[in-house]
Design a protein around this ligand. Sequence first.
Ligand SMILES: [Zn+2]
Length: 408
Amino acid sequence: MQDTLLYEYLLGLKSPWSVSRVNLDVKEQRVDVWAEHPDNAAWACPQCSKTLPLYDHAEERTWRHLDSCQFQTHLHARIPRVECPEHGVVQVGVPWAGPRSRFTLLFERLAIDVLSQCDVTGATRILRISWDEAWGLMQRAVKRGQERKQAKVVRRIGVDEKAAAKGHRYLTLVCDLDDGTVEHIAEDRKQDSLAGYYAGLSEKQLNGIEVVAMDMWQPYIQATLAKVPGAAGKIVFDRFHVMGYIGKAVDTVRRQEHQELMASGDEMLKGSKHLWLYSWENVPEWRRNAFNALRRQELKTGRGWAIKETLRRLWHFVYPEAGRKFWKRWYFWATHSRLEPIKAAAETIRRHIDNILTYYQHPVTNAMSEGLNSKIQKIKSMACGFRNMENFKTAIYFHCGGLDLYPC
Ligand SMILES: [Zn+2]
């Protein structure tokens, strides 16, 4: 087989295109392939598909293709232009690459596969492309995916904030809790950050929202109340966030008590911080005995811990009335505990209790599904090189957007 024919086959070129020349440079480990066409070929206007004769050619362009073994392979061609009566002089499309891309479709497909399996730095090495080229590929893939994406009704939404970088910059993430995909990313965590998502939805989509799981965060609450019909009964404050508040209060009690004890030389609470934060069943086996001994010491921290652990039962009820009854008993206990941090946390929870108890109608647990959350953490930790926020967003959509990323 001739090398020109071989490359026609490898590139999948079809009439009127054929390979005119192949140049192999062993020293540079590089193959260059030129595609051409007969002068009398007819072309379609890229906008109206009208068949037209050749007008002239644009400058020669180069596309990176899949390597031929270890040889980097580049395709060269001059793109024909046609003169359409309606659209003027325009470049026609080429079958091997998308408009304005510097890579062939097959190379882009490979790059997307590689980029979805490893971090950007690794991908640049494997694919032998530059950092900017890698990000360009990802951005184009995300854009393509978003343009293709069909509007769907997201029934169960999770709203979460992510610290994006040092200096407390935040992103607001809106997730589809059923599909485990990130639907929307906005900068900051203000009312507008979330309102922007709702603004992009149709009436049907807004009406289709059944649950919005979120943290007890006023700007998100306000945005949802303003835009989602019947939001008051649809917001569910995330159970882990609620437990986070009371856990923090227990920690404050411990810190204060530890200081008091240390003043009289008592080191009893030293090194116990995490024991009190664990859920009971998660206390490591080897520390169980020590922890049980501590709990028998009638410490304030022990009291706070028992109040925290008991609150977890709130999410075990099936009947709302039973849950509400339990809540009232717990609230009474917490507010009469003489532990100020616990009382303050109990107050915060009380202010939001109606939308904590909506859990019984809509038992959603985590604002963001666990799998998705760990994926985003991984993206963040690989981000030794997110040089800007846009790249971080692109990476989240690329890996978690559930988008169809491939070129056609
Ligand atoms: Zn036209």
